[in-house]
Design a binder for this molecule. Structure first.
Ligand code: KMH
Ligand code: ZN
Length: 279
């Protein structure tokens, strides 16, 4: 009898991101109160993990350590969600500030496996930075989620694991981020290719499709037995031209899609087991 039944669906919510402005999207949770409320609603709707980017008093992306620590504490106080901090930050954040995110002691951190063109910007992840961040996550006992924006990054994950061994906790969890202009496209074909190329040591994976690729990627991920990431970091419309009202609306839709293929949202304690975190 496996510890976590195989029909369980891990839903990760990425509620804010770093690339959308509050002016363009007033319903984006950018204050700590808004983030906590969103987290509670998303947990009630079936999310088990939250991928967090934070903002300053002017709603601009920040990696301020004090704010990160307060955020981790507040989400832990008000929810049972697995707390994942973004080490990707915004496309403008310096690498040294992104390494310091681990000082906020999250359960998990995102770890992108290579540099990607990101629209007109560049999301910089040079190999030495990837290696340093990975070794730091092992040292600090933080479980990484390997973010894979293209097929080359899937192959880079083989190199990383071969060179530095297993992550803290012993599980290998990946997230395919698809449909970024500059990364792999958000199609079933691309998802199948990326999943086929993953190292055999991968124990779980989710996928998210940016913008209009969101449903195609979610359905392909479910067809391949994967998990789902959803949230306003990745998509701002619920259907063509109709703005997303809340992150919980996207989590509810993910849970409903999972229900169609007889998957049940994973609870946070189940997610901890799957990710190799202690209860
Ligand atoms: N804001 C993107 C450039 C992550 O959180 O690790 C990077 C990103 C990835 O969102
Ligand atoms: Zn992110």
């Amino acid at each position: 009898m496996p510890e976590v039944p195989p029909d369980r669906l891990l839903i990760t919510v990425a509620p804010t991101g770093a690339e959308t402005s509050k002016e363009d999207c007033p319903q984006l949770p950018t204050t700590l109160d808004e983030l906590v409320k969103t987290a509670q609603e998303c947990e009630a709707a079936g999310a088990a993990m939250i991928h967090i980017h934070i903002r300053d008093d002017d709603h601009r992306p920040t990696l301020d350590l004090g704010r990160l620590k307060d955020t981790v504490a507040a989400i832990r106080e008000h929810t049972d969600l697995v707390v994942q901090l973004s080490t990707g930050g915004s496309v403008h954040d310096p690498l040294e500030d992104r390494l310091k995110v681990l000082d906020a002691e999250p359960d998990s951190c995102s770890l992108t496996m290579g540099t990607t063109n990101f629209g007109n910007d560049v999301f910089s992840n040079p190999w030495p930075f990837v290696c340093e961040l990975y070794q730091l996550s092992q040292e600090r006992k933080v479980v990484p989620e390997f973010e894979l924006f293209d097929l080359g990054q899937v192959h880079a994950l083989h190199r990383l694991l071969d060179k530095y061994g297993a992550p803290y906790g012993g599980k290998v969890h990946c997230d395919l981020v698809m449909g970024v202009p500059g990364g792999m496209n958000g199609s079933a074909d691309a998802l199948v290719a990326a999943v086929a190329a993953m190292p055999a040591s991968v124990t779980s994976w989710s996928a998210t499709g940016i913008g209009r690729s969101t449903l195609a990627v979610a359905l392909a991920a479910l067809s391949k037995g994967g998990h789902l990431r959803v949230g306003m970091e990745d998509v701002l419309t619920i259907s063509r031209g109709v703005p997303v009202e809340s992150n919980a609306q996207l989590v509810e839709r993910a849970a409903a899609l999972g229900g169609l293929v007889q998957r049940t949202p994973m609870t946070p304690p189940e997610a901890r087991k799957v990710l190799g975190l202690s209860p």
